[in-house]
Design a binder for this molecule. Sequence first.
Ligand code: MSP
Length: 649
Amino acid sequence: MSEKFYVTTPIYYVNDRPHIGHSYTTVLADVLARTHRSFGDRTFFLTGTDEHGQKVQNAAEKRGVSPLAHCDETVVRFQELWQRLGITNDYFIRTTQEDHKKIVSKIMQDLYDRGEIYKSEYTGWYCVGCERFFTEKDLVDGKCPECGREVNAITESNYFFRMSKYQDWLIDHIKSHPDFILPAFRANETLGFLKQPLEDLCISRPKSRLAWGIELPFDKDYVCYVWFDALINYISGVGYGSDDEKFNSWWPASCHLIGKDILTTHTVYWPTMLKAIGLPMPQTIFAHGWWLVDNSKMSKSVGNVVNPMDMIDRAGVDAFRYFLMAEMSPGNDANFSEESFIARYNSDLANDLGNLLSRVNKLTIRATGGEIPAPGEVTDEDKELAAAVAAAVADMGSCLEAYKLDQGINAVLNAVRAGNRYLEKCAPWNLAKNGDTARLHSVLHNAADALCRIAVLLAPVMPEKMAELLAVLGADKLNIRGIADLASLKSVTGLVMKETAPLFPRIIVEEAPAAEVKPEKKAKSSKNDAPQAAKPAEKVVNVAVTIDEFFKTQLKTAKVLTAEKVEGADKLLKLSIEVGSETRQLVAGVAQFYSPEAIVGKTIVIVANLKPAKIRGIESQGMLLAAKDGDNLKLVTIDGDMPSGVSIG
Ligand code: MSP
């Protein structure tokens, strides 16, 4: 890792309500910043809000308040969300603050004095929504190429930045700096855009049309174009023009994180502006994909905008941060659905990680009263576990460097699963029963050591939960600052574990009318939810059902025709099953126990009248029955030959 790390998010339109997309970029920046800090790198993390422009002016007018008063009220939504999400930005910049405005003004005057900005008459097609001019050839079916809305032809005198003169230089810079625009296919997108002659950039708006902006220092009838103003935040936020020492210690930025829709402004406008100002280029501009909801674009009119506060209320801050980071491969689009959120939470956090902790915790308390014992002779199983953890440490490091956080998380989860397999293989419960104390102690030590390292690796993603995990292990005493300290981690021997409740209580989905996310723990601690949360568990175990109630559930035999793994979900198999004359699709969480080949041909038992549900975006028409005991799972099958579609009862 580098010694200095300066990361930025886009500054968000202050008018908007923060949603899952804004949260994603900001959490990603936070994870990167936390990781770099943990490596001992000097780190600066900047985020903020973009507060000038037409939309703010219109919204303020509508409400009968001044634009600044409007911004002062709405900026809080972002600030509160970042606080709730545990975002550790070093500074929050607002483009309406005096020092930023002063710098924008200074830069404009300087560029004007040097002939980089000139006045000219211009006719263009203006999109109010995007606050951008387009040329005739940019339009798609006569509409805005960005948002598809109507555009208006406007002729006016304006000021222009001589962007065109930097075209060849920019092409060269992109080609000679493979890390400048990432992922690489986005660099190709920009190079594609640069195949057309680059035009000069209109950087002013007449006040008669838009008054809410930074006044041009050389012409009081104009304000600065909102993008020209906004991009400058990346330098004004670290002291450009006001604190040279600070600025020189942070600039150039290590990484501007952006969404794919603002690629051109960041990879064409911004570099050419910097070149004209005379500043070095940022190291990397990383464009991530978009979050879709149930595979569609989020939109206010459709009403499918995911409110991060709702997700946090339902499942906790760290679960939400984890989902965002694990589910999206940066660069590609990702899909949000309540089902995928619950599936990932229950499988990765409640089952895999939560189980590992709870088993190690209980077994150690039973064996030694909580003190982590010393290890003994090293066996092949011990080596295998240590290798899985070492691979996770190495992969997390390299994946973070390459902005492939989802892959790093996956490597850590592989180590978690290796931990659970280790316990299965070594069966410490049997060692305890058989009085093999030396080996029992060794196994408990090694599992605790693995958990400690895993918690450190996941701490930038789930800071609160992993701090809790380390405290349960007693490893908070080791003062581990982060991943870099793992190489010299002191022994966990002698640390004293505390008894713990489940770190990630399973989310229980209550059936109809509308599936709702309910973490058991949250429900228990909240007065309103407590009775409802206690019920499902008790209902299953204690409440007697009448024969009529039982027969509401239709159990049937079914024959498995085909089976395949679900991509990106290592627990799931997608089955096609024959139920009498009908063929159905079913998604089952049995992939870790049955390979596709082993399950095909079996006659299984299914709940045939279960409401179809989507699991990882795939429809499952029913549910198969299986017996599960810890990490042991066996399908319920039929004792002898029986056709499919036969009722059971
Ligand atoms: N104000 C400008 C940025 C100026 S930076 C100098 C802006 N603001 S925005 O609020 O509209 O968007 C901010 C970021 O949110 C962009 O990176 C955009 O890609 C991102 N997202 C908006 N919707 C999104 C999703 N559905 N998914 C992921 N990110 C998305 O543009």
